[in-house]
Design a protein around this ligand. Structure first.
Ligand SMILES: Cc1cc2nc3c(=O)[nH]c(=O)nc-3n(C[C@H](O)[C@H](O)[C@H](O)COP(=O)(O)OP(=O)(O)OC[C@H]3O[C@@H](n4cnc5c(N)ncnc54)[C@H](O)[C@@H]3O)c2cc1C
Length: 774
């Protein structure tokens, strides 16, 4: 990082301080505007970062800096290198200009737990998650999308938006009636991956990509058009792309449409675990955000968390020697937070390997596809370390990828003349490289990555390629150009061009991958994940790269986007139908803990809770918890919390609400209950903001009225901080005569009153959560 010393002083008070920070892809030039020692603005003058990410991140960073009048603000998750570089550099630059900032401390938020409810919750804000969310919204659901990064887009945002449009109105407009069909697309997929695909997934993709493209075009105002490049793997023209040729456009427009239609996006919230109903069904998730744990309950959960290419521990033998060029945030979190579910997976060691890449950091590649393709179209050749050509350079990518991987060092060298280099260079600069970076490659003493310029012998020597072998190869190739016949590899004559001049360029080409092709297995009839016994995991759906198989061992160009978009579209519909069914069945997705307020073995209050559990079976899962195994509270023990206390505390913490059934002893609550609350307010604090309902029954006619008042007072104490529903008191007098042998309340009037109180309580529990999802 560097301070340029480039201050432009506008007046005595105003300073415009310029500096440079080193981002992922090179220099970021910025300006900090300061007036009277106050930061007014942080402007970016120039950068070469991935725009889709940078644009989303920089506004948030600027807002934090100005609000807090400091560069000691939090980096943005998922973009920490870039944001920390700007913060560190700007801090130094401003200090060097004698600016004394007066930081406005960020409101110290105590870590809090937020509870939300939705019909459908989506994990992951890439294309699969967003389209699933949009579909569910149009089917009338309340949808929350949770994204761990401080920005949307995942791997999607890095690609060129190319996708197939088979069967869509978009395709009809772009290609007319050209003989394409879902069956033809499925056949192309199967052929290109050598029949390694899961056919039911491929069929689903082929039949749904057209409707999905039309749906999202209408929903988000996307304007797909014929893609500039129609790759030869597809037997017919069917590839489309957005006008900007970037999925940043997809993410921006689709996320806006999602929010405009009432969807809620939570950024910087990393899903860490799922939650389950008492019946053991998935019914929500827990996400960790800054200063906040977010617990979301939903009828349907859609897993769309992308691939795991950045997780080197998960990568298997097939990725050895192949560089990664995908996002560092594709860490495969889902394989951790789903571990207990024992989900079925398949082909976790399959990667989409491309032949065009240069290793810019150890193990990390940048792709050169557009530049390399242009170079071979202009006559460039691929050679190995012996200087021998290895493939028909104009064939489909898989052929020369396999040829490169067949080399002992898994490297090929692209040889071109000055004329071709210029075109190659222009495309590198257009796609993610900087001029300075390329200059540095040539200057590198250790020749990593290999970029060489000179005579044929010089470039060969720099690359460690056999000089005589290369000279012989070039002579043979030039003879083939003259005759128009590449007898060695059968390259099409239109791609055979002479090398012009005496200056040659040589650039390494390594296998690289960004996309993982295996993943969790799904039931394509329901889009639900399946477990080791091939059973559907109820309420739990998946879409996108996290669910592998549609493209087999090798995705044709455009087919990962096609899978992400089509599977998201279908999963969104299934998740929505599942939510509707749950709502129609009056699904009991409320998890309540009911605490028996005594340690006595015979208790009418225990009976009352059992009665409530049966009575409200359809509305809530009620877990009846005892306090009789808890030791008497003793402050000496709070640093060594007994297991029985911790277990109860965890249950309360995880519950949507708590019911106390309280007997009355000497005009107050029993000592055993007071002791339990002391544990759960001193050693732990699970009642904080927890909705609470109090019920009670007694042998006499007052039905625990004093104990209930006493309990309300206790639950209001600092450290307990429960939210007890005001004006909701259920007391059952003469409890000894009010239960039958099944613990059911016999008095219809009391049952009706209890129903009313319970309904008030469930509304109360759901109130806050509803606020977020209108
Ligand atoms: C550089 C590059 C170029 C590509 N080019 C093409 C191409 O030209 N054509 C093509 O078809 N395919 C291409 N692909 C592949 C394609 O982009 C992906 O397969 C596809 O976008 C995956 O979409 P997705 O929605 O499943 O996952 P993603 O877009 O990766 O989205 C998943 C999201 O889930 C989030 N997430 C993960 N874990 C959690 C968690 N614990 N809590 C909350 N959120 C979480 C991630 O942060 C991410 O935002 C390319 C990929 C890359 C990286």
């Amino acid at each position: 990082m560097k301070y340029l010393g480039g201050r432009i002083k506008m007046s005595n008070e105003s300073k415009h301080i310029q500096g440079e920070a080193t981002g992922h892809n090179g220099t970021i030039q910025y300006e900090v505007d300061v007036t009277n020692n106050k930061i007014e603005d942080l402007k970016i003058l120039k950068h070469s970062e991935t725009s889709g990410i940078f644009n989303q991140v920089i506004d948030k960073l600027k807002k934090d800096v100005i609000e807090q009048q400091s560069f000691d603000v939090d980096a943005i998750s998922g973009a920490t290198v870039m944001t920390n570089a700007i913060l560190d550099s700007a801090k130094q630059a401003v200090a060097a200009e004698d600016v004394t900032l007066t930081p406005i401390p960020k409101k110290q938020n105590v870590h809090q737990t937020t509870r939300l409810r939705a019909d459908v919750v989506i994990i992951g804000g890439g294309e699969a998650g967003l389209i699933a969310g949009c579909r569910a919204l149009t089917m009338g659901q309340k949808v929350i999308l949770v994204e761990k990064n401080g920005y949307l887009g995942g791997a999607t945002i890095l690609n060129g938006s190319n996708v197939v449009a088979t069967g869509s109105k978009v395709a009809a407009a772009a290609f007319g009636d050209n003989g394409d069909s879902p069956e033809r697309l499925a056949a192309d997929v199967a052929r290109e991956c050598r029949q390694t695909n899961l056919t039911d997934m491929t069929t689903l993709m082929a039949h749904n990509i057209g409707p999905a493209i039309d749906f999202i075009s209408d929903f988000a105002g996307l304007d797909y058009m014929k893609a500039q490049t129609q790759t030869p793997e597809h037997s017919v023209e069917r590839q489309v792309e957005l006008p900007s040729a970037s999925s940043y456009e997809f993410i921006t427009k689709v996320s806006k449409a999602f929010e405009d239609h009432g969807g809620k996006i939570l950024l910087g919230a990393k899903v860490a675990q799922l939650t389950f109903s008492l019946a053991g069904e998935v019914n929500g998730l827990v996400a960790e955000a800054q200063d906040e744990t977010i617990k979301i309950k939903a009828h349907s959960i859609v897993l769309a968390s992308g691939g795991y290419g950045a997780n080197t521990e998960m990568r298997g033998a097939e990725s050895k020697g192949i560089d990664y060029y995908g996002p560092m945030t594709s860490t495969g979190d889902a394989y951790r937070f789903n571990a207990d579910l024992k989900l079925k997976t398949h082909d976790l060691d399959w990667y989409k390997v491309y032949p065009h890449g240069v290793e810019t950091e150890p193990g990390i590649a940048k792709l050169t596809t557009y530049a390399s393709k242009q170079a071979t179209d202009m006559g460039a050749i691929y050679v190995n370390r012996q200087g021998k050509r290895i493939v028909n350079e104009s064939d489909v990518y898989t052929k020369f990828r396999d040829a490169i991987l067949a080399q002992p060092d898994k490297i090929a060298y692209l040889v071109m003349d000055e004329r071709t280099w210029q075109a190659f260079y222009d495309l590198l600069v257009l796609h993610d490289f900087t001029a300075k970076e390329i200059e540095g490659f040539f200057a590198n003493q250790d020749k990593q990555p290999l970029f060489a310029k000179g005579s044929l012998a010089e470039v060969a020597a720099q690359a460690g390629v056999d000089v005589a072998g290369l000279q012989q190869t070039v002579a043979t190739y030039e003879a083939a150009v003259k005759t128009g016949q590449d007898t060695e590899f059968g390259r099409d004559a239109k791609f055979l061009h002479d090398f012009e001049g005496e200056t040659y360029y040589m650039v390494e080409q390594r296998g690289r991958f960004a996309t993982t092709l295996g993943g969790f297995s799904i039931d394509t009839k329901t889009m639900q994940l399946i477990d080791h016994q091939d059973q559907d995991v109820r309420n739990y759906f998946a879409a996108g790269e996290v669910a592998g198989g549609a493209n087999g061992h090798d995705a044709m160009p455009s087919m990962m986007n096609s899978w992400g978009i089509s599977s998201g579209y279908v999963a969104g519909a299934h998740a929505s139908e599942n939510a509707d069914a749950a709502k129609q069945n009056g699904a009991n997705d409320l998890n309540l803990v009911a605490i028996v307020g005594t340690n006595a073995s015979k208790s009418y209050n225990r009976q009352l809770l059992h009665a409530m559990r049966d009575l409200f079976e359809a509305q809530a899962n009620i877990d009846i918890c005892e306090i009789k195994d808890l030791p008497l509270f003793n402050e000496d023990l709070v640093n060594d919390v007994p297991t029985s206390v911790q277990t109860l505390s965890d249950k309360v913490e995880d519950a949507d609400g708590v019911i106390f059934a309280v007997p009355e002893y000497d005009h107050a609550i029993p000592a055993a209950l007071k002791s339990a609350i002391e544990w759960l307010s001193c050693a732990t604090h699970p009642f904080k903001d927890k909705p609470v309902m109090i019920v009670g029954t007694s042998l006499g006619i007052q039905g625990t009225v004093r104990a209930q008042m006493n309990l309300r007072q206790i639950l209001d104490a600092p450290g307990v901080d429960a939210r007890v529903l005001a004006g909701n008191e259920f007391m059952l007098p003469q409890g000894g005569a009010k239960f039958d042998e099944n613990n059911h309340i016999t008095d219809p009037g009391s049952v009706n009153f209890l129903k009313q109180c319970f309904s008030n309580f469930t509304d109360f529990v759901q109130h806050d959560a509803r606020e977020l999802v209108k």
